[in-house]
Structure formats: C-alpha cells, structure tokens
Design a binder for this molecule. Structure first.
Ligand SMILES: *[C@@H]1O[C@H](CO)[C@@H](O)[C@H](O)[C@H]1NC(C)=O
Ligand SMILES: *[C@@H]1O[C@H](CO)[C@@H](O)[C@H](O)[C@H]1NC(C)=O
Length: 319
C-alpha cells in the first residue's frame, strides 16, 4: 500500500486508547495465515512467523498483520508419518527441568497473544497491536491513522484491522468487535469525514451475496473466480455497522486462495487480496493486491501485481 509521503513515526493519541499515526510511503498488510501452524511440529511457531515477515523487514518497510485461521492452529500429525517408510526423525527439544520433555513435544500451537507479542517485541517496523482484552479471544483488533508528513495531525485515512477468528476458536467477528468498531469510529471520526478501510482474514457472508457466478464481469473486477466463498460461520453485526458508515470504502480479506476479485456491496467494496504465499493449498500464480491512497486529489485505487511484475484488475474504490 502506498500513500502520500515518506518517513515514519508513531504517536500516542490524547484519547484513552491511543491511535497510532503513520506517515508512510510503502506499507505492507499481512492479511492472516502468515503461517500454516497445523504443519509446524515445533512448540514455538514465532520463528516461522518471523521468517515470513523478513522480506518486508529487510527492505525497511513498515507493516501490520492480522490473524487467520491457521496461525494458532495445533499441529496435525500427518497419516503418512505412521507408515514405516515415511516416519520422520522427530527431535523433541530437551529441557533441563524437573518436568519431562513430553510437554515440549505436544505442539499445541503458539497462541495468538504469543505470536503477536513476539512480533511487536522484536520489530520496530511492526504496527500490529494486541487489541482490547474485552475482544478476546480475538487479538488483532486495532486501528491505524495514516497522515502525510506535512500535516501529521490531519488523518487522510483510517485503517481498521479485525480478527476474524478460526484456529483455536470459531470463524467469526463477534458482536463485541462490531460494537468496538462502531464506538471507536464514532469517537475518532464522528462526522464520517475521513475514509476508512477495513482488513480481516475470512470473508463475511456478505461476500457470498456479491460473488460472481462464473465469469467476473462489471461491476466486479478481478481475474480469478475458481472457488466458492468460504465465509465466516456466522454474522454477528459487523456488516450492518460498516454499511451504515459512508466513510467505510472497502473491506479486504484473504482466506480463499482461488479468488481475487472486488465487488461492490451497497456503498462499499468487498475485495479479496491475491494468493501470495508458497504454503497452503492451490497453485494459482502468485501476486499481491496493491492499494494506492493519494491525498490530493483524494483517491483509493487498487490493482493486482503479479510476481513477474505484470499488473491487472485495476479498480477505483473511492475518489
Ligand atoms: C519464541 O520464539 C521467538 C522468536 O524466535 C522468541 O523471541 C521467543 O522468546 C520464543 N518464546 C519462547 C517462549 O520461547
Ligand atoms: C542441560 O544440562 C546439561 C548437564 O547439566 C548441560 O550440559 C546442558 O548444557 C544443559 N542444556 C541446556 C539447554 O541448558
């Protein structure tokens, strides 16, 4: 994602819950399923989480992340491992303590809290946050303010990040999260003057209503429509809150590797990102969804950039 100018600073807002202010040129959003923890037979998956973020870190680009349904999943023993020819040499960590090493070898998954803590503690460039405790077990619930360097007090756009669950708890955005978004957005953007963009991992049921049947055609924009929308298990009110705010311009989700479209829903856009990773299912060509936020004149544009560099599926989400 790109916006106005360069440089990067954080500030705490004067209000009770701090709002992070970002002055960014480039910014990366990790839209969940950063790791497939159900395939990771080690006790602490933060090592892999950290590796997944490293290309962004090594380029000095700031980022934010949300959780998907695979990040805190417990290890699933593959059936093949139990045949004589395929059983791997599994070395469990030895601990020098009174308890045996058994616990270290149970691979229960690394909790969202721990993954987030390790990301935040070890990375100055991370803008990810552990959200309010009353939204637990959802963790990646927070808001960032984007401003230009010239006018750091003036927000250009607000980015909201929500934890859509999955893994160790149901795939859902709770009514408490919907209420939090409503309260927060009314507090910091009372007249809905500043555009808002929303990020979470698992599409809500509303995505099913707008999904192209077969070919992607106007008003939808995209290039692959190879799966059914795998939506959250329930709708607890977040979409109702979002459609009531004229400032909400678009929602971005991941989850479905075989979908990359944007479709309008009421007055906002529902978008998928693009299959980027080398883990997980599917062999669709890799790319990523780019978001370009311009200040003057204001616009939010998006397109998909493929791994080889070609671009397609440009859409204007707000202007
Ligand atoms: C887990 O791994 C991360 C990153 O490698 C490390 O910073 C953290 O201390 C580890 N946590 C535990 C409980 O060992
Ligand atoms: C465990 O204890 C042994 C013997 O006291 C010591 O040599 C080894 O370094 C210890 N390992 C760890 C990981 O602390």
């Amino acid at each position: 994602m790109r916006s106005g100018t360069s440089d990067l600073t954080t500030m705490s807002g004067a209000r009770c819950v701090p709002v992070v202010v970002v002055f960014v040129k480039d910014f990366v959003v990790y839209l969940g399923d950063v790791i497939t923890a159900n395939n990771i037979p080690i006790a602490n998956a933060s090592l892999y989480w950290d590796q997944a973020l490293s290309p962004t870190r090594s380029r000095g680009i700031p980022w934010a992340s949300v959780f998907g349904n695979h990040d805190d999943a417990p290890f699933e023993w593959p059936m093949e491992w139990f045949s004589a020819s395929a059983i791997p040499q599994l070395v469990c960590p030895v601990v020098n303590s009174s308890c045996s090493g058994e616990q270290e070898c149970s691979f229960r998954g690394t909790s969202r809290l721990e993954l987030m803590k390790n990301e935040m503690d070890n990375n100055l460039l991370s803008f990810s946050r552990s959200g309010p405790k009353d939204l637990w077990p959802g963790i990646s619930n927070y808001v960032l303010q984007v401003s230009s360097q010239e006018k750091p007090e003036t927000p250009i756009v607000y980015l909201y990040f929500l934890d859509s669950g999955g893994g160790t708890y149901p795939e859902v955005i709770s009514s408490a999260q919907a209420e939090w978004f409503k309260r927060k957005s009314e507090e910091i953007n009372p007249d809905s003057r500043i555009p808002e963009i929303i990020f979470w991992h698992i599409p809500s049921k509303a995505y099913k209503k707008v999904a192209p049947k077969f070919l992607i055609h106007k008003p939808c924009v995209g290039s692959i429509n190879k799966e059914k929308v795998a939506a959250q298990e329930a709708e607890m009110g977040i979409m109702k809150v979002l459609v009531k705010r004229p400032s909400v311009k678009a929602v971005f989700v991941g989850h479905n590797h075989g979908l990359d479209w944007c479709c309008p829903y009421r007055k906002l856009w529902l978008c998928f990102a693009r299959h980027s990773g080398y883990g997980g299912y599917g062999n669709w060509p890799r790319g990523s969804r780019i978001l370009e936020i311009s200040e003057k004149p204001f616009s939010i544009k998006s397109w998909i950039r493929m791994e080889e560099g070609n671009v397609h599926s440009e859409v204007i989400l707000s202007s």
